[in-house]
Structures are given as C-alpha cells and as structure tokens.
Ligand binder design. Structure first.
Ligand code: NAG
Length: 401
C-alpha cells in the first residue's frame, strides 16, 4: 500500500521543485518534429496531420487529424468529424496509449471517422502563445472555464471551417466539464452533432477520492498559489525520478492511481512505462483551485475570485453559474459512467442528469474506475462499440433530415 505521506510528497514537492530547480523540464527544448503524429500515431500506421490553431486569447494549440489506411478507398462517403477532448493532466495522446485494437482514437479512425484530437493550452503539444512564454505567470492564468470557452470553441470552429460539417464530440473527465460548460453557449452547441461523455462531470460535491479530498482539506490549492506557483508540472526531472522510484519495486503504480481515481478494473500494468513517457501533462494552479472550489461549494460556476474581484470581473458578488438547463434539448448526449469512479461520483452524475433538459443515453459500468474509460484493455467491447452505435444512429437520423 502506498503511504499517504509519499503521495503528499509527490503532489507538494514536484511543483515546488519545478519552480526551484534550474534543470526544469521544458517543452521549448523539444524539437518541432517531436509531435503527437510523429511520436505515436504515424508509427502505428495511421495517416496523421498536425494543425496549429489560435484561440481568441492568444494561445496556439495543436490539433491532430487522424485517418486509417486500413479502410483505403473502400468507403465512398467520408464519415463525419469527431473531436476527442482529453482530461486533466492528460493530452491528446490519451486516446492512443494502448494498441490500435484497444485505443479509441485508432478504433474510430478504423471505423472511417474523421478523427480530430484536441490538446488544451499548457499540455506538451499546445504550449505556444502569441506573446507569452511558459515562464510568464500570465501564461498560466486560466482554468477549465477558459479551456471550455476559448480552447474548445476554437477547436470546433476550426474543424467546422475545414469540414463544413457538424462535429461529434467525445470528452473524458475534464473534457466533459469543458463540453458541458461550452454546450450551455448557443454559438458553441450549434456546431455539435452529438456528444459522448466518458466519466461525465459538472458537479464535484460528492467526489470520494480520499487522496483528492485530503488535498482539498489541506488547502493545497491556496498554498500553491500563495507561494507564487502558477504551473503544476509533475514532470520536473526530480518529479520523474520520484514517480519512477515509487513505481519501481516498492509498489505497483496501479495503487497510486487507485488512491486518486478509484479502482480501475482493467489496467495493463505492463504498459506503465509507456504511459509515463507521456503522462502527466502540466496544468495551471488556477485550474486546480477552480476544481477545488467546485468540491468545496458544490457549484458548477465560473472561477470565484472573492466578492470584490468578482464584482469587477463579473459585475456580481458570486461567480455566474453554468446552467445545464441551457444545453439545447435537441443536442443528443450519451454518457458512460463507472461504479468505482472516485472522481465522477454517482450522486453527482445524477445531479447533472436532473438539470439537463434532454435525457441522455446512459451506459453504467459497475467495475469501471476513472481511468478505465480511456485505457481499460476491455474498453472496446465495454464502451466504444456502444458509443459508435450511438454515433451511427445519430448520423443516420441527421442524414434523413
Ligand atoms: C499489455 O501491455 C503489454 C506491453 O505493451 C502488451 O504486450 C500486452 O499485449 C498488453 N495486454 C493487453 C491485454 O492489452
């Protein structure tokens, strides 16, 4: 069993070391051809192109477009675009971490979909800005609210402009927070054909991850920001060594993940080294603070700056809420959620469902934890085939319109 002290050490010290150490992990040192297409997707035998898009607040994001050579010219009609939106501390690689037979990104491409891979600001694949560098604290001045209203919106607009088609969306975890917040905005929802949400989250009040609750109770979010730390990065040289040494011999990494995400049914322990080559990606301290606010207050609202700054920022004392009732009833939703998911708790999922106008199609997987939804070795049969049937049925009904 992992000791809680060890876990606290990883989460408290890694960000600190990143700031203190001269030998920091830097994306600027990556050569430009070290991208998601060249590192993971093309080597697996799939066509992949890199696209750079600009958000309306100046961030440069990478989007990858993936297609399968296996289907060749057999298919006359191109299938619709699907945007894959990853979760917190992950990047677009999240959809390609297992074998082509097991990973959603490859599976959708093999079924003929036009697969687009989103990467939010601050991740290894999307770390550019028109005027700021990663070292500027302003570069990290955002939470999932900006990811939803700027990054996600910019991705959809770009795909819409290239394909002239409405887009299917798949989100996981924070990718579902972004999706649900964005769908409350009519100008974003209108670009979407249908959405599949894995581990859907809007409310976090009943989160039962002991590990996360401990950090919330320690007020780690306030501590980090008070210390002037803006980027949360577990990949500092020192942090990598620490995670490696914890995973190597003393305990298996599944235990560390379990204490954060809930027990994952179908984790492949032999692939941990490969996962760690890419995960975790950085995020911002402000984003962690926003998520912790949701846990403390039970709200699905914009970032809370405190009453004075809220007044200046929003013209009201409390941050405006994202009203799930504003998501159009006509937007088809499909959700898969797990009984062992310590982050997307059943009570909170029910709360989300109650506020929606529409009645999403639901898939409940009793033994699934939070990470299983993307890296379970059985996800294809357990989840993805059902999701693809949902997309197929929406595709049929929209072509009949
Ligand atoms: C688990 O990962 C190993 C190493 O990549 C791989 O050889 C094996 O096929 C994987 N097992 C399953 C069930 O996917």
């Amino acid at each position: 069993m992992i000791s809680e002290a060890m876990v606290a050490v990883i989460f408290i010290l890694c960000p600190l070391i990143y700031v203190c150490s001269a030998e920091t992990y830097s994306f600027d040192r990556l050569s430009p051809d070290q991208n998601l297409c060249s590192l993971i997707i093309r080597p697996a035998g799939y066509a992949c192109s890199e696209h750079t898009i600009l958000t309306d607040d100046g961030y440069l994001l990478a989007l990858q477009r993936v297609s399968s050579s296996k289907i060749g010219n057999l298919r006359q009609n191109p299938r619709p675009p699907v945007l894959l939106q990853h979760g917190l501390f992950m990047g677009g690689d999240a959809w390609f971490l297992n074998s082509p037979e097991e990973s959603l990104g490859f599976i959708l491409a093999d079924r003929g979909f036009d697969v687009w891979v989103g990467n939010v600001r601050g991740t290894r694949w999307s770390h550019g800005h028109v005027s700021l560098s990663l070292k500027d604290k302003d570069f990290w001045d955002w939470s999932w609210q900006e990811l939803a209203l700027h990054d996600f919106a910019a991705m959809l607009r770009y795909i819409k402009a290239v394909t002239s088609t409405k887009i299917f969306v798949v989100g996981h975890s924070q990718g579902t927070i972004m999706s649900l917040a964005a769908f409350t905005q009519p100008n974003i929802a209108e670009m979407v054909e249908a959405a599949a949400l894995l581990s859907p989250i809007s409310y976090l009040e009943h989160i039962n991850s002991k590990f996360v609750l401990r950090m919330v109770n320690m007020h780690l979010d306030q501590m980090i920001l008070a210390m002037g730390i803006h980027q949360v990065n577990f990949r500092s040289d020192w942090g990598v060594n620490l995670v490696d040494s914890i995973c190597d011999g003393h305990l298996d990494c599944n235990d560390l993940l379990t204490s954060i995400t809930g027990k994952n049914c179908c984790f492949n322990n032999s692939r941990v080294d490969f996962y760690l080559e890419y995960e975790p990606h950085p995020s911002s301290a402000k984003n962690i603070r926003h998520l912790f606010q949701m846990i403390r207050k039970g709200t699905f609202s914009k970032y809370d700056y405190g009453v004075v700054k809220n007044l200046m920022q929003y013209g009201q004392l409390k941050p405006p809420v994202f009203n799930l009732g504003n998501i159009p009833e006509s937007l088809p939703l499909w959700m898969a959620y797990g009984g062992d998911d310590a982050l997307a708790d059943l009570t909170d999922v029910k709360h989300t469902l109650k506020e929606l106008q529409s009645t999403p199609e639901l898939l409940y997987l009793e033994n699934y934890g939070h990470i299983d939804f993307i890296i379970s070795v059985h996800a294809k049969e357990d989840i993805y085939n059902h999701m693809i049937s949902f997309f197929n049925s929406r595709e049929k009904s929209s072509s009949l319109k």
